[in-house]
Design a protein. Structure first.
Ligand SMILES: Nc1ncnc2c1ncn2[C@@H]1O[C@H](COP(=O)(O)OP(=O)(O)O)[C@@H](O)[C@H]1O
Ligand SMILES: N[C@H](CCC(=O)N[C@@H](CS)C(=O)NCCC(=O)O)C(=O)O
Ligand SMILES: [Mg+2]
Length: 499
């Protein structure tokens, strides 16, 4: 193998001196067989490593892969080597994490701002309307959440037009991959150590990634703050969940590092088995629950009947720490993202001028559809925009010519139809070659990446116990795909190589 690599390496040196902005050494160049062999060898090693380290997801080919743990697993879709990012943008993204954590908490306390900002949306978007109903009930009951836990992920793309790091969105509910992302970093460090000297790569340029342990620690600290020893953490999950191993990593660290027991329940199971005691304690299946961690409940698909809505309300009414609370959930909607980008709005929630400037610096163009001018230019240049409904979980955005059609249709419909959406500047990251491995098959593609920084925020009344970045998720997708998404099958799990 080393002989092959030497040949490959020499070719690589010759190639990379030619190609400008050469991405990480493309694991296979057009010439010569050996490169393909080398790549295949690495892909096999990587896939085997994934299986042995729990970097796995349910295999959609196996009907039981989302319901029976340990059945129908396949290695998580991965890139063979980490994607590169200039260190300055990495530092900028890390610096923003505690600022966004604090912003979420401040905005969550302004119930009127949330209700008013979403008031027109609720006229045309039933899902958002149901969330607002629960929020309104809590406001009317003057419900206070003294212990507040946020486990967020702020997603960014590096816009090649402006060479600036721009926020795609801030997720405040059910952020995926805090478990698996840490293992991808380990995989890449292992592969670089094994092959790096021949590829002139240095594993130390792959930043550490403790997301799984730090999220488990934040959940455990929230459980500590509530201080009921016999209580459990309850993870709200979907009836079918092929990403269950990402979730089980948190369960494992909660138990092994913090001695905290987690139970997994669907919304309908909570409706059937849950109740709130007169003192507000949430009891499910006779277990006291002091922390509810939502890995479901972020999409209308999670509420197929009234049972799921009453479960959501029951938990909100209880004294348990909700991660997220209904307020934190609403702060993470795209409409609020767009409202916060308006002039002088951040100043309503934060005092520090530098921090406000840092947040604003990463905002892409964001507009409501009340803005006639912008709607007009989006109809004329649809490729420069993304049209977004108030939905999470991937697969809901509108791109390209569909933006024009949708806007013309919505304008014809008139009324508040436009208020269900926001318009966002389309961000164009630079494409680079990468080798992707999915289902044991390795192929090279032109890709773009999206960097997510995890953040944890834990507060008890006016004491901020945790406000920190907690690792990162790099998702890499073929550059031809508008939407992306790992679960959706377009993106792979990646990590970072700082340049
Ligand atoms: N402004 C944008 N420019 C380019 N791509 C975008 C933009 N907004 C979203 N995307 C792409 O669409 C995907 C989903 O969009 P996002 O706003 O994150 O919705 P969701 O909440 O469903 O994840 C992103 O991961 C990214 O690949
Ligand atoms: N199955 C659920 C999925 C939860 C989910 O979709 N979360 C959103 C933020 S709300 C998200 O992080 N999307 C990026 C994932 C991707 O790229 O595939 C889970 O894992 O618990
Ligand atoms: Mg997203």
């Amino acid at each position: 193998l080393s002989f092959k690599f030497r040949i490959y390496h020499l070719k690589l040196r010759r190639n990379s001196s030619r190609a400008q902005h050469s991405p990480l050494p493309a694991m296979s160049t057009t010439e010569g067989k050996p490169d393909a062999d080398a790549v295949e060898e690495m892909a096999r090693e990587a896939a085997a490593w994934c299986a042995m380290h729990g970097l796995v997801v349910g295999d959609r080919a196996d009907p039981r892969s989302g319901t029976v743990p340990g059945v129908g697993l396949v290695h998580a879709p991965i890139s063979l080597l980490p994607s590169r990012l200039p260190e300055s943008f990495w530092s900028q993204a890390c610096e923003l994490a505690p600022l966004f954590n604090e912003l979420v908490d401040r905005v969550s306390l302004d119930g009127d701002f949330l209700q008013d900002s979403l008031s027109k949306t609720r006229q045309v978007d039933d899902f958002t309307s149901r969330l607002l109903d629960i929020h309104r009930k809590m406001m009317d009951a003057n419900k206070k959440e003294n212990i507040r836990l946020g486990l967020h992920r702020s997603d960014y793309m590096l816009d090649s037009e402006t060479n600036s790091l721009l926020q795609i969105e801030l997720n405040t509910i059910s952020v995926s991959f805090p478990g698996l992302c840490s293992i991808v970093t380990e995989l890449h460090r292992t592969l670089i150590n094994q092959y790096g000297n021949l590829l002139c790569l240095d594993a130390k340029r792959v930043p550490g990634n403790e997301a799984s342990r730090q999220f488990a620690k934040a959940l455990a600290k929230a459980w500590d703050e509530f201080n009921v020893d016999s209580a459990v953490v309850m993870m709200i999950v979907q009836p079918e969940e092929r990403n269950m191993y990402d979730q089980y990593w948190l369960v494992k660290y909660l138990r092994e590092s913090h001695g905290v027991t987690t139970i997994r329940k669907t919304l309908s199971e909570v409706e059937a088995e849950g109740r709130v005691l007169p003192d507000g304690t949430l009891v499910v299946n006779d277990r006291k629950v002091t922390v509810v961690y939502f890995r479901a409940g972020y999409t209308p698909n999670d509420y197929p009947s009234e049972a799921e809505w009453s479960a959501r309300l029951l938990m909100e009414q209880s004294s348990a720490v909700k991660c997220p609370s209904i307020s934190y959930h609403l702060v993470g909607t795209k409409k609020i993202q767009q409202e916060l980008a308006k002039p002088n709005v951040l100043e309503r929630f934060l005092e520090n001028k530098e921090e406000i400037a840092k947040l604003r610096q990463c905002f892409a163009g964001l507009w409501s559809l009340d803005d006639e001018e912008v709607v007009k230019s989006a109809i004329e240049n649809p490729d420069l925009f993304v049209l977004k409904p108030q939905r999470e979980g991937g697969g809901n955005n509108i791109y390209g010519l569909d933006v024009r059609e949708a806007l013309i249709r919505l304008k014809k419909e008139g009324g508040d139809a436009l208020s269900a959406y926001i318009l966002m500047q389309r961000i164009f990251p630079k494409a680079s070659l990468a080798s992707l491995v999915r289902g044991g098959v390795c192929h090279e593609a032109l890709t773009v990446s999206e960097l997510g920084i995890y953040g944890a925020y834990l507060r008890n009344k006016d004491k901020v116990i945790i406000n920190d970045k907690c690792g990162y998720l790099m998702r890499t997708k073929v550059s031809s795909s508008d939407e992306g998404g790992v679960a959706a099958g377009f993106a792979v799990l990646d990590s970072l190589y700082l340049t």
